[in-house]
Each structure stands twice: as structure tokens, then as C-alpha cells.
Design a protein around this ligand. Sequence first.
Ligand SMILES: Cc1cc2nc3c(=O)[nH]c(=O)nc-3n(C[C@H](O)[C@H](O)[C@H](O)COP(=O)(O)OP(=O)(O)OC[C@H]3O[C@@H](n4cnc5c(N)ncnc54)[C@H](O)[C@@H]3O)c2cc1C
Length: 389
Amino acid sequence: MKQYDLIIAGAGPAGSSAAIHLAAGGLNVLLVEQKKFPRPKLCGEFISPECQDHFQKLGVARAIACAEPASITETVFYSTRGHHVTVPSSWFGPSVALGLSRAVMDELLLRRAAESGVTVIEDANVVGPLINTDTICGIKIRVDSTEQEYRSPLTIDATGRARILARKVNQAHKQKPKLVAFKAHFQNTRVAPSACEIYFYPGGYGGLSSIEGGSSNLCFIVGAEQVKRCHSDPERVMREFVMKNPRAHHTLDPAHTSSEWLSASWEHFGRQSPAPAKGLLAIGDAAAFIDPFTGSGMLMAFESGELAAETILSHRRNESTEATLAADYIERYRNNFGSRLRTCSLLRRAAFNSRLTELGVTLFAASERFRNRVARATRSPANANHHSV
Ligand SMILES: Cc1cc2nc3c(=O)[nH]c(=O)nc-3n(C[C@H](O)[C@H](O)[C@H](O)COP(=O)(O)OP(=O)(O)OC[C@H]3O[C@@H](n4cnc5c(N)ncnc54)[C@H](O)[C@@H]3O)c2cc1C
């Protein structure tokens, strides 16, 4: 049994970034990750411009630049009928957006956490929380076939949409997944080199953009029923759904995969609890899963990791109780993320409905000002007065 000031389950962008901030604040942190890094990860791999500020603060900006990510200056949304509308990256911040594989980005963040003094255990499955009466006081992990226990007064669930700890505490049963996503790297696409292209098609949408090394990343979402009808064959789903979009047909027709396909399924988007139990906070996708068409899930992972770290460090200085800390984190979380999550739940209705998507693209194309407002409403309120047109 080992004791830490704080334990974080999951080393995606949320977990690793929170660990770096907390170690910089003087805490003795344990970070436990299921996979051995580097590992591929299902994601659109579009890194929103604001993330570059986070890379600076986390001390990985140089390493990220050395990985030679693609520069992405605009996102172009294509409707099923081929109409399109553009959102410049400059609306979200002074830097460009980046295209970099998650294998590279997540590895750089994890290694940086280890350099910052965080104890990192990879290849270890967090199987559940340790509970003392009704308070989480650590975690149980499985490495090979042995179980180990680690204790801490506060634990963070950063296991993404799996929400391993939160689910175990609240005995939540997995519902039948409604949506399935697929992702693979491609060579020889016709995607515009500095654009992230989003394709809508009946029942879902997908994104194609350049990443490092001249490859492109394709990531798309469809209904679970549609996937079943294609016998779960990603190439067939891509041809029968994604390539129904004329622009996707053009960009993907000459392309071929250069990686394995990855897939993932889930029940719903949106919020979970940022403080699911006594002694447990949630960050990143474990707290709320924002719609991928916003290209801001990683940004929310960095922002919520930083927010949790700031809250924990300030309450530690004031020696407040766990209940005060949790209440403060919930409040700050709502102030930071509430309005963008509400905006996305409205936009989502159009994203999965071809007629509404067509109407939306036409409306957004008609007014740059309206498009700018809505695009910025999917980001931090702190950014709301900047980059308006
Ligand atoms: C289809 C799709 C496309 C997307 N495209 C984009 C995009 O282009 N840009 C963008 O910004 N966002 C995108 N996102 C969202 C983005 O991927 C997430 O918001 C982001 O990865 C959240 O980071 P996280 O650290 O919270 O979780 P994750 O990145 O999911 O990390 C969780 C970590 O926890 C680990 N873990 C899980 N279970 C356990 C366990 N039991 N024990 C130990 N470790 C565990 C996992 O291995 C993983 O490393 C997309 C999401 C989807 C589904």
C-alpha cells in the first residue's frame, strides 16, 4: 500500500496535464494509465489553436513543434449536397490549429509528467476505487494478474468516456451504445493541406485533416444500427456513409489506409458530474463529452485539468474541507463549461439530421458575423470578446 497526495486514473490530455500542474504545485502525484505509450487513440487529431497556450504552460510547446504537426488554418464544413462553409482557426486564438497524432501528443505529455516528478504507472488497469465508509480514499489497480492498492485523500477520474471510477461508485449500468466512431490514418487523400474538412452525411459526420509526416487522419461517427448493417466493416461504412458526401468522395477516393482502424462506441454526449463522489473529481471526457464537430474535446481536457489543479491547490493552501473543495470545483466547472455544452446540445440536433445540416450550412454561409458568434460559443466564455468579426 502506497500513499500519495493525489491519484489520477487515466493519462490522456486531461490526466497528464492535471498531473503536471499539480506536481508543479508541490503535490506528490500518482498517474495510472491502462495502455503502454505511445499508443494510437481514436480522435480527429485536430488540436484547437487555444491548446498552444496550454502546451506552453505545460512545458511541451517545443517538443510539440519538433514533432512537426500540420498547420491548420481553417475548418470547412461540407453538407450532404456539397455546400460548404468555412470557420477560420484565427477566430479561436492567435495561433493556428495543429494536426498531430494522439500517439505523439499523449506520449509527450505523459513523459513531461514523469519529468515533473509525477509517479507514472503504465500498462496498469484501474479496476475500482478504494472506499472508506462513503468516501473514495484511493484506487485498486491490476498489473499483469496482480492487484495493488494506492491511497490518497483525493482521486481524479480522467479515464475519458469510460469514467471507470465514477461508474463504479454510482453503479451506473452501461446502456446500449447508439453511436460508433471509426478512425484510421490515410495516405494520398485530396484534403486541402491547411484545412480540417468536416463531412455531414445521413446519420452522422466525419472529419479529415492532415497530421505529421504527410498523412491524413479520418475519424467519423455513424449510428450503431448502420454499422451492424455493414457487418462492422469500417471500409464498408466509410464507402456507404461517409463517401455519400460528394466532397468526401472526392478527397477519399484515391486514398488508402496506413494504419489499423480503431473503433469506439458510446451512449451519449454531454455532461456527467464533475464531482461524482466524496473524494473523487472528474476531468476531461469523464466530466463531459463535447461534440467532436467542435474540435474542442482536447481543449476541454486541458482546461478542466488546469481548473481542477487550480481548485485543489488553492483549497490546500486554505486547508478547506473536501466538501468545500468539491462544491467550489462544481461551481467553477459550471461557469467555465456550462454555456458551451448547452450550445453544442442545440447544434447536435442539426449535425445528425441532413435537412437541418443543409439549412444550417446555408444560414452560416449567409452571415459571417453569426457564424463567428456561434463558433466562439463552443469555446471558453473568457475568450468570448476576442477574435470577433
Ligand atoms: C470521433 C471522435 C473524434 C474526436 N475528434 C476530436 C478532435 O479532432 N479534436 C479534439 O480536440 N477532440 C476530439 N475528440 C474528443 C477528444 O478525443 C477527447 O475530448 C479527449 O481525448 C479527452 O481527453 P481525456 O484525457 O479526458 O480522455 P482520453 O483521451 O480518452 O484519455 C483517457 C485515458 O484513460 C485511460 N484509461 C481508460 N480506462 C482506464 C483504466 N481502467 N485504467 C487506467 N487508465 C484507463 C485510457 O487508456 C486513456 O489513455 C474526438 C472524440 C471522438 C469520439
